[in-house]
Ligand binder design. Structure first.
Ligand SMILES: [Zn+2]
Length: 136
Protein backbone atom coordinates (compact mmCIF):
# COMPACT_ATOMS: atom_id res chain seq x y z
CA UNK A 1 0.00 0.00 0.00
CA UNK A 2 2.69 2.55 0.90
CA UNK A 3 4.37 1.95 -2.46
CA UNK A 4 1.53 3.98 -4.01
CA UNK A 5 1.99 6.85 -1.57
CA UNK A 6 5.71 6.67 -2.27
CA UNK A 7 5.14 6.75 -6.05
CA UNK A 8 3.02 9.87 -5.58
CA UNK A 9 5.74 11.49 -3.50
CA UNK A 10 8.41 10.57 -6.07
CA UNK A 11 6.39 12.09 -8.91
CA UNK A 12 5.63 15.20 -6.86
CA UNK A 13 9.31 15.66 -6.02
CA UNK A 14 10.45 14.97 -9.59
CA UNK A 15 7.83 17.41 -10.93
CA UNK A 16 9.11 20.07 -8.57
CA UNK A 17 12.70 19.52 -9.75
CA UNK A 18 11.56 19.55 -13.39
CA UNK A 19 9.76 22.83 -12.79
CA UNK A 20 12.82 24.42 -11.18
CA UNK A 21 15.10 23.15 -13.94
CA UNK A 22 12.70 24.35 -16.61
CA UNK A 23 12.22 20.90 -18.13
CA UNK A 24 9.33 20.57 -20.52
CA UNK A 25 9.61 16.82 -20.54
CA UNK A 26 11.19 14.40 -18.09
CA UNK A 27 13.14 11.53 -19.66
CA UNK A 28 14.78 9.79 -16.76
CA UNK A 29 14.31 9.66 -13.03
CA UNK A 30 16.76 7.76 -10.87
CA UNK A 31 15.36 6.65 -7.56
CA UNK A 32 17.37 5.20 -4.72
CA UNK A 33 15.64 3.07 -2.16
CA UNK A 34 17.37 2.28 1.11
CA UNK A 35 17.72 -1.42 1.74
CA UNK A 36 16.13 -1.15 5.19
CA UNK A 37 13.11 0.49 3.67
CA UNK A 38 12.02 -2.85 2.13
CA UNK A 39 9.92 -1.46 -0.66
CA UNK A 40 8.28 -3.84 -3.13
CA UNK A 41 10.04 -2.54 -6.23
CA UNK A 42 7.60 -4.19 -8.65
CA UNK A 43 4.65 -2.47 -7.02
CA UNK A 44 6.50 0.84 -6.92
CA UNK A 45 7.32 0.58 -10.62
CA UNK A 46 3.74 -0.29 -11.46
CA UNK A 47 2.42 2.57 -9.32
CA UNK A 48 4.80 5.00 -11.06
CA UNK A 49 3.62 3.84 -14.49
CA UNK A 50 -0.01 4.31 -13.45
CA UNK A 51 0.35 7.68 -11.75
CA UNK A 52 2.72 9.52 -14.06
CA UNK A 53 1.39 12.78 -15.51
CA UNK A 54 1.78 14.02 -19.11
CA UNK A 55 5.21 15.51 -18.48
CA UNK A 56 6.41 12.01 -17.56
CA UNK A 57 4.92 10.20 -20.54
CA UNK A 58 8.30 9.03 -21.86
CA UNK A 59 10.05 8.86 -18.54
CA UNK A 60 12.19 5.90 -17.63
CA UNK A 61 12.14 5.32 -13.91
CA UNK A 62 15.21 3.47 -12.75
CA UNK A 63 15.12 2.22 -9.22
CA UNK A 64 18.24 1.18 -7.37
CA UNK A 65 18.59 -0.29 -3.93
CA UNK A 66 21.15 1.44 -1.74
CA UNK A 67 23.03 -0.84 0.62
CA UNK A 68 22.52 -0.23 4.30
CA UNK A 69 25.74 0.83 5.97
CA UNK A 70 26.02 0.74 9.73
CA UNK A 71 28.61 2.21 12.08
CA UNK A 72 29.32 1.04 15.61
CA UNK A 73 29.20 3.86 18.16
CA UNK A 74 31.54 2.02 20.50
CA UNK A 75 34.48 0.95 18.31
CA UNK A 76 33.76 2.90 15.12
CA UNK A 77 33.65 -0.22 12.94
CA UNK A 78 31.62 0.18 9.74
CA UNK A 79 29.84 -2.68 8.06
CA UNK A 80 27.10 -3.45 5.57
CA UNK A 81 23.86 -4.88 6.81
CA UNK A 82 23.20 -8.37 5.46
CA UNK A 83 19.55 -9.16 5.31
CA UNK A 84 20.03 -12.87 4.64
CA UNK A 85 21.52 -13.34 8.08
CA UNK A 86 18.20 -12.54 9.72
CA UNK A 87 15.39 -15.02 9.91
CA UNK A 88 12.15 -14.20 8.18
CA UNK A 89 10.18 -12.99 11.19
CA UNK A 90 13.04 -10.67 12.19
CA UNK A 91 13.25 -9.23 8.70
CA UNK A 92 9.50 -8.73 8.78
CA UNK A 93 9.67 -6.96 12.15
CA UNK A 94 12.39 -4.64 10.82
CA UNK A 95 10.22 -3.93 7.81
CA UNK A 96 7.50 -2.54 10.01
CA UNK A 97 9.60 -0.81 12.63
CA UNK A 98 13.10 0.10 11.41
CA UNK A 99 14.05 1.08 14.97
CA UNK A 100 13.70 -2.56 15.97
CA UNK A 101 16.88 -3.21 14.00
CA UNK A 102 18.80 -2.14 17.09
CA UNK A 103 17.46 -5.14 18.97
CA UNK A 104 18.69 -7.64 16.42
CA UNK A 105 21.82 -6.21 14.87
CA UNK A 106 25.11 -6.10 16.71
CA UNK A 107 28.55 -4.87 15.75
CA UNK A 108 30.41 -7.81 14.17
CA UNK A 109 33.66 -6.59 15.73
CA UNK A 110 32.85 -5.81 19.36
CA UNK A 111 29.28 -7.10 19.72
CA UNK A 112 27.80 -3.75 20.75
CA UNK A 113 24.16 -3.14 19.76
CA UNK A 114 24.84 0.60 19.81
CA UNK A 115 25.24 1.66 16.19
CA UNK A 116 24.04 4.29 13.83
CA UNK A 117 22.63 3.85 10.36
CA UNK A 118 24.86 5.77 7.95
CA UNK A 119 22.74 4.96 4.94
CA UNK A 120 20.08 2.52 3.88
CA UNK A 121 16.95 4.24 5.06
CA UNK A 122 14.59 6.43 3.18
CA UNK A 123 13.99 7.00 -0.48
CA UNK A 124 15.56 9.76 -2.51
CA UNK A 125 15.90 10.99 -6.03
CA UNK A 126 19.39 10.56 -7.41
CA UNK A 127 18.74 12.51 -10.59
CA UNK A 128 16.02 13.91 -12.81
CA UNK A 129 16.91 14.35 -16.47
CA UNK A 130 14.85 15.76 -19.29
CA UNK A 131 14.45 18.15 -22.17
CA UNK A 132 14.77 21.82 -21.37
CA UNK A 133 12.27 24.41 -22.39
CA UNK A 134 13.77 26.30 -25.32
CA UNK A 135 14.42 29.95 -24.59
CA UNK A 136 12.23 32.52 -26.25
ZN1 LIG B 1 31.88 -2.21 17.61
Amino acid sequence: MHEWALAEAVIAAASEIARKEGLKEVREVEIKVGELQQIELDILEFALSQLKPAKFKHTKFSIEVAKAELKCRVCGHKWFFKKEKLDESTAEAIHFIPEIAHTYIKCPKCGSPDFEILQGRGVWLESVKGVKQSNG
